[in-house]
Design a protein around this ligand. Structure first.
Ligand SMILES: [Fe+2]
Length: 126
């Protein structure tokens, strides 16, 4: 059964879908069941993906990664960063050439999860 806020991926066409309301038990795209993305939490290579949350005056700044910026190239970049609280989902949509970071008007103490999706390396959370 799909769950609220779960993110699914179609390995055939590249569609990424977030559940806003729980309905059917599975999602189908391109004639195949979509893959439920299980966010990774630890970087094992030099390239960093885990979102790093920093408090700023207006809320939080979420960076991908902490000390070394993830590439933001045409073929390899962070497509979105999300911050999830108990009852809200904030999402920043990024494009190649942007900085791999986003500001959100939310208190760090309210955040249940920050996550981001890299078009090559998938979903990551902290
Ligand atoms: Fe990546």
């Amino acid at each position: 059964m799909v769950k609220l806020r779960d993110i699914y991926y179609c390995s055939i066409c590249g569609n990424v879908v977030e559940i806003l309301n729980e309905g059917q038990p599975a999602l189908v795209c391109c004639g195949e069941e979509m893959e439920l993305l299980d966010p990774k939490t630890e970087d094992s290579t030099t390239e960093k993906h885990v979102p790093y949350i920093e408090e700023i005056a207006s809320g939080v700044l979420v960076k991908v990664g902490q000390n070394q910026e993830h590439p933001m190239l045409e073929k390899h970049f962070i497509k979105f960063i999300e911050v999830l609280t108990a009852d809200k989902v904030y999402r920043a949509e990024l494009k190649p050439g942007d900085l791999p970071q986003a500001e959100f008007p939310v208190k760090k103490s309210e955040i249940k999860m920050a996550r981001e999706w890299c078009n090559i390396h998938g979903l990551w959370k902290s």
